[in-house]
Write a protein that binds this ligand. Structure first.
Ligand code: DX5
Ligand code: ZN
Length: 224
């Protein structure tokens, strides 16, 4: 599967967000990861659909929207209209996951489902045939700059194994503490989509940072 590098704009300089994202695009990043936090599902508030709408006007990249919010059903349409290409919601949210998946698809957007560290892989199995991606969180959601949880790798492997065994061609994404030293563990476990905030936006040279992350992931990628 293609290695996808998805810079998390949570670590960007919001005062010059458009330029930051343009620089990441130029550096060869594949997607932009947009973290939405409601101060309820997670103990932090980030930004919402209006910011995405402004960014959409100046950037044509694939918008990977990570909704860390309690009521994804209520807000999915706002994010679709603001330019989301994929909407990832949490299995632990207050809504019925199947209903959220159907809603996202009905909006013409790609649905994906995320798991917090304490949620087991088995909890997502029944939804795998209906989504395009599963996000295995490798930190507790809410903040950038936390340490990678290597003990999530068996979960990544279990999700990949279930998908393979059931003929589901999904992406497996990891998010949290991903850098050139940790990304290889996730790639080896079966992840192919890598979110990184600090390891990309907090670097001086974006071209070098994207290239090094991609090379480190590719070097550990399992044979197909
Ligand atoms: C955390 C967010 C992440 C965060 C990752 O809740 O979902 O996307 O920005 O940041 P780093 O890569 O710095 O751990
Ligand atoms: Zn995220």
């Amino acid at each position: 599967m293609k290695t996808v590098i998805s810079p998390s704009i949570l670590s960007a300089d919001f005062a010059i967000l458009g330029e930051e994202c343009a620089a990441m695009e130029k550096a060869g990043a594949d997607e932009l990861h947009i973290d939405v936090m409601d101060g309820h599902f997670v103990p932090n508030i980030s930004y919402g659909a209006p910011i995405m709408k402004s960014l959409r006007k100046v950037n044509k990249m694939f918008f990977d929207t990570h909704l860390m919010i309690s009521e994804p059903l209520r807000y999915a349409e706002d994010f679709a209209k603001a330019g989301a290409n994929r909407i990832t919601f949490h299995l632990e949210c207050d809504d019925d996951p199947m209903e959220v998946i159907e809603k996202i698809r009905s909006l013409g957007v790609s649905p994906a489902i995320a798991l917090k560290p304490k949620t087991p892989a088995e909890a997502v199995f029944k939804y795998i045939p209906y989504v395009d991606m599963v996000l295995v969180m490798t930190v507790e959601p809410g903040f950038g700059g936390q340490s990678f949880m290597a003990d999530m790798m068996p979960k990544v492997a279990a999700v990949r194994k279930y998908a393979d065994e059931n003929g589901c061609e999904i992406s497996v994404q990891v998010d949290g503490g991903i850098d050139k030293n940790t990304v290889g563990f996730a790639a080896a476990a079966g992840a192919n989509n890598f979110v990184a905030g600090s390891a990309l936006f907090r670097q001086d040279d974006y071209i070098k940072a994207v290239a090094e992350l991609r090379a480190a992931a590719d070097s550990q990628k399992p044979e197909e």
